[in-house]
Design a binder for this molecule. Structure first.
Ligand SMILES: [Zn+2]
Length: 68
């Protein structure tokens, strides 16, 4: 899938890394994995159409952006 220049710069796998301004929030879901609630938010880039998801898990510093 082609990525726009801003998508190319998204840092994956790091909690708190920023996305970019053209990412539109599509949906989010909450799961409880036993260690706490994890919120996964799905985004679609308005420039390139790339799909991303951001996993917000305060117990996992390696959770963050991943191609969705
Ligand atoms: Zn983009």
């Amino acid at each position: 899938m082609p990525l726009c220049a801003d998508c190319e710069n998204i840092e994956t796998g790091r909690r708190g890394a920023p996305g970019h301004g053209a990412l539109k929030e599509m949906s989010h879901s909450k799961q409880n994995w036993g260690t706490g609630v994890v919120i996964t938010t799905k985004f679609s880039c308005q420039v390139s159409g790339a799909k991303w998801e951001y996993e917000n898990d305060k117990h996992d510093k390696g959770a963050g952006w991943s191609p969705g």
